[in-house]
Design a protein around this ligand. Structure first.
Ligand SMILES: [Zn+2]
Length: 427
């Protein structure tokens, strides 16, 4: 689920609009408009199919959600999702070595290749009650918006394209990815980009959650578990040796003082502490989990180095505190997850396709930065965005998650369809 932040570009556009009376200058050359193929009769028919068949898509969303899919245990939902694509007439549906479901819809020229994807996994552990309850327009169930909505949008787009017999120049590849959430660490999309569809993807569009926003920049994150360790001992009897818990305290104090830029937004947090034996023991180990994030790869790298310096200098300071002790004090750094940061301008064709397709459908979408499946292709230089799937979502990542089938929820799948066709080209 993307935690969405307005892009500085969007904000500066708003500021610039207020200032136009005194500074009526425009860019000398605007990039040519992206051609949205909304006047093509078949495309119109596909859009209409999505609008009139909204209830079919919501039924898919509901029944997908009732198949469990914790990160690393997506197999059942993957098999179920592959079966849904086969039921739509896709003969060549496959599940790759990492567990991603891949269904290709060949275009007349085969290129460009446009990936339309949604993540399969949820943050909920095995055994969670995943039944969906509906009252009026509100559907309640873990994962109903994030990301059963995105998965259903893929089916809706595929079905409407075939219903309206839309032919495309490029190939559209529908993908349901594994491992987007938390510790999944983007393993699905990483395998997709680096192995299964290596060197084939020209554009990547992910659909994730509810709403109508566009994620055009990737917030990167580095997450580590830092563990200080020593032999430990009695708090009174063994006093005078380096204490792993004290070293950890020094490290947290140093980390908490690190200065980071507000623009590009760069953040750090010590989220979890572990360690200790008893109140009268020098602990054998003490650890912290740290989360570092930034929209900028350079700022993230600088923050990462600062944290590593803090960890090393806390180790040195705690050793130096007990110069006469020969007891060892060590530190180990385990990587919990690395998600690459990346940015692309709002003038990039894929971003303009999203914004202009939205305008064509009668709404305006705003761009922002988030951490999603789009991080990976974007960091590899492949134009990529993540869009919302329509409707209103509440309480993502909680057992109380709900999704509201607003009267215009169909705009989500219509938007996904129109962006995909803009990039793939209609014959
Ligand atoms: Zn999500």
């Amino acid at each position: 689920m993307p935690f969405h932040r307005l892009s500085p570009l969007f904000l500066s556009v708003a500021v610039a609009a207020c200032a136009t009376a005194t500074a009526p200058t425009l860019p000398a050359r605007l990039p040519p408009p992206v051609a949205i193929p909304n006047s093509d009769p078949r495309v119109r028919s596909a859009l209409e199919k999505i609008r009139t068949d909204d209830s079919w898509l919501i039924e898919q969303q509901t029944s997908i959600c009732e198949v469990e899919a914790p990160s690393f245990k997506e197999q059942r939902r993957a098999a179920d999702f592959a079966a849904r694509f086969r039921a739509l007439g896709y003969a060549n549906v496959r599940i790759d070595a990492e567990g991603n479901v891949i269904a290709e819809r060949p275009g007349d020229a085969g290129e460009p290749v446009v990936v339309l994807s949604a993540h399969l996994d949820t943050v909920f552990p095995e055994g969670t009650d995943v039944r969906v309850r509906r009252s009026g327009d509100t559907l309640r169930g873990p994962g109903i918006g994030d990301n059963c909505r995105g998965l259903a949008v893929l089916l809706g787009v595929a079905r409407s394209l075939d219903h309206a017999q839309v032919r495309t120049t490029g190939t559209i590849i529908f993908v349901a990815t594994v491992g987007e959430e938390g510790a999944g660490n983007l393993r699905g999309v990483r395998h997709l980009v680096d192995v299964s569809l290596k060197d084939r993807i020209d554009y990547s569009i992910s659909v994730d959650g509810a709403g109508l926003s566009t994620t055009s920049a990737a917030v990167g994150s580095n997450r580590y578990r830092v563990t200080y360790s020593g032999p430990g001992g009695h708090s009174y009897g063994a006093f005078g040796m380096p204490n792993p818990m004290h070293a950890l305290g020094r490290a947290i104090a140093l980390v908490s003082e690190i200065q980071v830029p507000t623009e590009p937004r760069t953040t750090f947090s010590v989220g979890v502490l572990r360690g200790g034996t008893s109140v009268n023991s020098i602990s054998e180990s003490a650890s912290m989990d740290v989360d570092l994030r930034s929209e900028s790869p350079a700022a993230l790298a600088a923050l990462d180095s600062a944290v590593m310096r803090a960890v090393a200098s806390a180790l040195g300071a705690e050793r130096a505190r007990w110069p006469r002790s020969s007891v060892a004090l060590n530190v180990k750094i385990d990587t919990i997850g690395i998600r690459p940061a990346a940015t692309q301008p709002d003038t990039a064709p894929i971003v303009r396709a999203a914004l202009e397709a939205a305008r064509t459908l009668g709404f305006s979408s705003e761009t922002g930065a988030s951490s999603t499946d789009a991080n990976l292709p974007m960091s590899r230089g492949i134009p990529a965005i993540t869009i919302d799937g329509g409707g209103i979502g509440r309480g993502a990542h909680s057992l109380n998650e709900s999704w509201i089938a607003t009267p215009d929820a169909y705009l989500g799948p219509q938007w996904a369809l129109l962006i995909t066709l803009t990039l793939a080209g209609v014959r």
